[in-house]
Design a protein around this ligand. Structure first.
Ligand SMILES: [Zn+2]
Length: 725
């Protein structure tokens, strides 16, 4: 899961706010004391408001804290018996709340480390490092559990490689280009890169494309260690032996079980239906492993060759060089690939009016080790949302649409539990009206969200109804933290380093676009289900390490669990409002406006790239028509009339219209014409990806045909919207 950037500044002040025990009580009732009279899609919002008030009273910080402690008591990596125990625990909670609950198994191809050995030698052949060094700090009650898995990369190949080392900074396309410009060839070398800037799978993807024999990915203290602030246990940042585990699957090609691309790994799937692992195109065939900066430092320090570019200099106490060599590394990685059973937990509340229209809430449950922040802070928030919804059920409430709470497994390895389930339920997903994701629920006080544009106003309206532990509403706190961040980093967008203009503000809020790195990907980018993703961030240096545990969480993230309560309330209201809105509260006017912006930015980039003859007229006109049709539909949505079912069918179909069944070039699993993770970012969204990636590749013919694909999709969407009665 990706960590949202730029929150650290604001944190200091808020820690104190959190420990104010009365925070829970005073703000519990405030905002919904004067709710808005109207809301998009509701004929009688007052009725919804009274339901909201009943719900908001239920999620309890103390209970959330207890659920978090239970979920993170022992390491629970996907496929382990401890993981199954957490599945049973979540299922029990779902049943207690009155949800029709099932534990749904899948049989999936995954690797576990059998042997991980990294040794380094200096120019004279003297051994200067042997690892991985076990993760250890002066004081943490969880660190010595024998069930903690050795740090490894999910979907790395096995290998026994000895080679000179080359340092390639973050392992981005521009970093490898810089090495090539210096005539530094990585063929047959072991490439060492630092975490950050892009998805770790892209680092392995680019290194393999350039002929590297192996990859080492380490955490530089400049990015999430002592250069950012006190390291754990004194502070929230990564200690010297802390390692970031993580998958290097090419999820930007397709996520999920590598041997079942596009179809579900159900337990009864005949082996003959699977593709051989060696033919899977979504993972590297070279060995890759992560290291702490404790283990990486001797390797980096022994590198010779030219000084690395200034921007490549990290925070370790020596000047970084690029190599190659003279230091050599011997990597021995033995990966145990096998089919393993994983378990999703699905809890359903059948709808009364539109039982086929599913509102899906999801969070993954599996962790690399304890997963206190990632993902079980999200799990605790979801369980308290379920607690609240369960209380409404007991009071006789029944949703109009079916509500589905989903606890995914094996997200860390490759979004597997969510992808297999979504692929198994492809038919139903055409009627799923929304997918609400929470992964890293809480790592600090700064609320943040990403969403498909049609749901951005919806989500902002929800945050205006939920109290913030900082006083006022979540919306107020969100707005002020964004303003503070903007004041600190005026040109934040340029930092993204992508030629994208920032999205239009929604009530002053800048909300990101859905890239990848969490379980919304199969829903929005493969099946076209409108989706959102929420989080609350702060300084968090222990991501995917042993130290992402209950002790770290209660010290640095949320000591009184009031942010877990906040997230439960936001998530719960998302589900309740989408389940009971008379008309589906999508805003396609905002959507069209954003797409016009994306095309204008792409046109400028094309001109800059010398592709000024690329014709954007048709696509721009189609996007404008989509925007106008969206604005007309909004009028109907604001005044729900008798033809609700018809209107809702039309409104839901629009997102599906934006899919292209042929999918993106070189990665057909990704069907959405407007959103996908970048092939070379892996996490960050590349908008109108077919067009933008063709321009990046300077492929005018591909750009032209992708503009046509997009134009047809936008026209389908506008035509559908113009049928609104
Ligand atoms: Zn996660």
């Amino acid at each position: 899961m990706l960590i949202r950037a730029g929150a650290c500044l604001l944190l200091a002040g808020f820690v104190f706010a959190q420990t104010n025990p009365s925070a829970k009580q005073t703000s519990a009732t405030n905002p919904s004391a004067n709710p808005p009279a109207k809301a998009l899609g509701f004929r009688n919002f007052a009725a919804q408001t009274s339901l909201d008030q009943k719900f908001l009273q239920v999620p309890d910080p103390t209970l959330a804290g207890q659920e978090l402690k239970t979920l993170t008591a022992v390491p629970h990596i996907a496929g382990s018996k401890e993981d199954y125990a957490t599945a049973k625990y979540v299922a029990q909670k779902f049943r207690e709340a009155g949800l029709e609950t099932k534990i749904v198994p899948y049989r999936v191809m995954m690797n576990f480390p059998k042997k991980i050995q990294v040794t380094a030698y200096d120019a004279n052949g003297k051994q200067i490092m042997s690892g991985p060094t076990p993760e250890h700090v002066s004081d943490d009650p969880y660190q010595d559990d024998k069930r903690i898995v050795t740090a490894f990369n999910g979907y790395s190949a096995s290998g026994d490689v000895t080679a000179e080392v080359v340092y390639a900074n973050y392992g981005r396309p521009q970093d490898f280009a810089e090495l090539a410009a210096k005539h530094i060839d990585v063929r047959g070398k072991i490439v060492i890169v630092r975490y950050g800037a892009n998805f770790r799978g892209v680092k392995a993807y680019l290194a393999q494309q350039r002929g590297a024999a192996g990859v080492i990915i380490y955490s530089d203290p400049a990015d999430d260690g002592y250069f950012r602030g006190d390291k754990y246990p004194q502070g929230p940042y990564r200690p010297a032996t802390g390692v970031q585990r993580g998958s290097i699957q090419y999820l930007f090609k397709y996520p999920g079980d590598p041997t079942t691309p596009g179809f579900a790994s159900t337990p009864d799937l005949p082996a003959s239906k699977r593709i051989p692992l060696k033919d899977a195109t979504n993972q590297p065939t070279i060995p890759s492993t992560p290291l702490s900066y404790h283990d990486a430092a001797p390797i980096l320090k022994a590198l010779g060759g030219s000084e690395s570019p200034r921007a490549w200099q990290g925070a370790l106490p020596f000047t970084y060089h690029t190599g190659p060599g003279p230091v050599k590394v011997h990597m021995v990685l033995q990966q145990d690939y096998a089919l393993h059973t994983i378990w999703d937990v699905i809890g359903k509340i059948p709808g009364t009016q539109y039982p086929d229209d599913w509102v899906i809430v999801g969070n993954h449950r599996d962790a690399w080790v304890y997963g206190a922040v990632d993902p079980n802070s999200g799990t605790a928030a979801m369980l308290e949302a379920v607690h609240g919804v369960g209380t409404l059920l007991q009071q006789g409430w029944k949703p109009q649409r079916t509500v589905v709470f989903s606890s995914w497994d094996a997200e860390e390895e490759g979004l597997i539990g969510s992808t297999e389930w979504a692929e198994q339920h492809t038919a139903q997903m055409a009627h799923a009206v929304a997918y609400f994701n929470v992964d890293v629920g809480v790592s600090g006080p700064n609320f943040g969200a990403e969403a498909v544009p049609s749901l951005k106003p919806f989500l902002v309206s929800i945050t205006k109804l939920v109290p913030s532990p900082q006083g006022g509403t979540v919306y107020d706190a969100w707005l002020s933290s964004q303003k503070q961040a903007a004041a600190k980093h005026p040109n934040l967008d340029e930092h993204a380093g992508q030629a994208q203009r920032s999205s239009p503000l929604v009530d002053g809020i800048q909300m990101g676009d859905l890239g990848s790195g969490s379980d919304y990907t199969p829903f929005i980018q493969h099946l076209g289900v409108p989706s959102t993703d929420i989080g609350s961030s702060g300084p968090y240096g222990v991501y995917h390490s042993t130290f992402d545990d209950y002790t770290w969480f209660t010290k640095f993230a949320d000591p009184t669990f009031v942010y877990l309560q906040q997230q439960a309330r936001v998530l719960g209201l998302e589900a309740l409002h989408m389940a009971d809105a008379d008309v589906l509260p999508y805003d396609y006017a905002v959507y069209g406006e954003e797409v016009v912006g994306y095309l204008e930015t792409a046109q400028k980039k094309a001109t800059k790239a010398g592709m000024s003859n690329l014709n954007f007229d048709a696509a721009l006109a189609a996007a404008q028509r989509f925007h106008e049709a969206g604005a007309r539909a909004l009028v109907a949505e604001q005044n729900p009339n008798g033809q609700l079912a018809g209107q809702n069918t039309i409104l839901r179909k629009v997102e599906e219209d934006l899919l292209s069944q042929r999918g993106l070039p070189n990665r057909p699993w990704f069907k959405h014409t407007v959103y996908a993770p970048g092939e070379y970012t892996g996490y960050a969204a590349v908008v109108i990806p077919g067009v933008n990636e063709a321009i990046d590749a300077k492929d005018a013919a591909r750009a032209d045909s992708q503009l046509e694909v997009l134009t047809r999709a936008l026209d389908r969407a506008a035509t559908t919207l113009n049928q609104m009665p």
